[in-house]
Ligand binder design. Structure first.
Ligand SMILES: [Mn+2]
Length: 361
C-alpha cells in the first residue's frame, strides 16, 4: 500500500508539503490543479512546476485527481471532440512527469454533494461533512444553487457557483433527454478515444464513484454500485480503464458491501487507487462522515484493508479520504491535516497487522 495524501497545491491548500511529509509512512500526494476548468489542457510547464515542488519535499506524485471531464463530452455534443483532444494532451503531459494514475469522474452536472459541510458531532464537538436526502426533497438543482445565494447553510455544489446559474439551467434541460444508456454511450465514446493513449503512455484512468451513491435531481448516473462499475469496465475492456475505489462514496449506500466489491474488482485487476474512509449511517439516505476507525462509523475498515491486501497489488495507491475537523483546525472542509493524518496512520497499522499475520510473523 503506497500511502498518499490529497494536496490542492501551495496556493490553495493550508496544509503544506512539509506537514504531509512528516506523517508516518507517507510516500506521496494525490495531486490536483484546482484552478483548471474542465476542458483545458494541463500544460507541461504547470504540471512540471507542481511536481517539482512535491519531489523537492521528498514525496512522489504518481496519482493526479480531478482531471475533470467537460460536460460536452458527457452530453455527447459535437464539440466533445475538441475537449477529448485536450484531455488526451493532458494525459500525455501528465505521463511525461511520471504520473501513473488519473482519477476522474463521469457524474453529470454535479460533483459530490453534501447538505452540511460542518455538522457538529455531538459526542465530541468535532465536525464533519453531512448529508440528508430529506433536505433536498422538493428542490431542483437550480433552486439549490439559488438558495446558496440567500442562505449558504453549508450547501456546496462544486463547480456550480451562483454566477454560472444560467448555464446550469441550460445544462439541466439538456439532460432531460439523456438517460443512463445514452450516458453510457457517451462514456464509451470518451473511453474509446483516451484508453488507447493511456495504454501507450503507461497511465491508468481511475473512475471515482458517484457521491452520494445514488442518482440525484433526476440526473443519470452510472457509478454507484458493483453492477454499474461492471458496466463501466466493460465499456472499453483494458486494465487502463480502471476504478478509484472510494469506500466512503460507495459506502454511503448501506446496500453496497464494500469489502466484497473490492474483492470483485481487485481480482479483475481493475482497481488503480483507493480512497479509504468511514461513514456513519444515520437513517435512510442520511449519513455523516466519521473518523476512519471502524467503531466510529458503519464500515468495517479491517475487512476493507484485508480485501485490498488479498486482491490488489501491494504497492496500490491509497489515501485517507475526508476527515473531521478536530483540534480547532480551520481549513478546507473534509481536507484538514489532523484527522486525515490519524486516518493514514490507522490504515498503515491495519496493513502492518494483516501483513505480519499473513507472513506468520
Ligand atoms: Mn473519494
Amino acid at each position: 500500500m503506497k500511502m498518499t495524501f490529497r494536496w490542492y497545491g501551495k496556493n490553495s491548500d493550508p496544509v503544506s508539503l512539509k506537514q504531509i511529509r512528516q506523517i508516518p509512512g507517507m510516500t506521496g500526494v494525490m495531486g490536483f490543479l484546482d484552478y483548471k476548468p474542465a476542458g483545458e489542457v494541463w500544460t507541461k510547464e504547470e504540471i512540471g512546476a507542481y511536481v517539482k515542488d512535491i519531489k523537492e519535499a521528498g514525496l512522489e506524485c504518481e496519482v493526479i485527481e480531478s482531471v475533470n471531464v467537460h460536460e460536452d463530452i458527457k452530453m455527447g455534443l459535437p464539440t466533445r471532440d475538441k475537449y477529448i483532444d485536450a484531455y488526451i494532451e493532458t494525459i500525455r503531459n501528465l505521463a511525461e512527469v511520471g504520473v501513473k494514475v488519473i482519477i476522474y469522474n463521469f457524474m453529470p452536472v454535479l460533483d459530490w454533494l453534501r447538505t452540511d459541510l460542518a455538522r457538529e458531532i455531538p459526542e465530541d464537538g468535532s465536525n464533519s461533512l453531512y448529508y440528508d436526502d430529506a433536505e433536498l426533497q422538493g428542490l431542483t438543482a437550480v433552486q439549490l444553487v439559488e438558495n446558496t445565494l440567500k442562505d449558504s447553510k453549508g450547501f456546496s455544489m462544486p463547480g456550480w457557483e451562483p454566477e454560472r446559474l444560467a448555464e446550469l439551467k441550460v445544462t439541466m434541460k439538456r439532460y432531460e433527454e439523456i438517460d443512463e444508456d445514452k450516458l453510457a454511450e457517451n462514456y464509451k465514446y470518451f473511453l474509446d478515444a483516451v484508453i488507447p493513449v493511456c495504454e501507450e503512455v503507461g497511465v491508468k484512468m481511475a473512475c471515482h464513484p458517484d457521491d452520494p451513491a445514488w442518482p440525484i435531481f433526476g440526473l443519470p448516473r452510472l457509478a454507484h454500485d458493483q453492477a454499474g462499475f461492471d458496466r463501466i469496465v466493460k465499456l472499453h475492456d483494458s486494465p487502463a480503464n480502471a476504478i478509484c475505489l472510494c469506500t466512503g462514496s460507495l459506502g454511503s449506500n448501506p446496500e453496497n458491501d464494500i469489502p466484497s466489491i473490492i474483492r470483485h474488482f481487485g481480482e479483475m485487476d481493475r482497481i488503480a487507487a483507493l480512497h479509504i474512509r468511514n461513514v456513519k449511517f444515520l437513517g435512510y439516505r442520511k449519513f455523516r462522515e466519521a473518523s476512519h476507525l471502524s467503531s466510529d462509523g458503519s464500515l468495517d475498515m479491517y475487512a476493507i484493508v484485508k480485501a485490498v491486501y488479498d486482491t490488489c497489488p501491494h504497492d496500490i495507491y491509497v489515501r485517507p479520504d475526508h476527515g473531521r475537523m478536530i483540534w480547532d483546525e480551520q481549513g478546507r472542509p473534509g481536507y484538514g491535516l489532523y484527522d486525515r493524518a490519524l486516518g493514514a496512520t490507522y490504515l498503515n497499522g491495519l496493513w502492518e497487522a494483516i501483513d505480519k499475520n499473513a507472513k506468520g510473523e
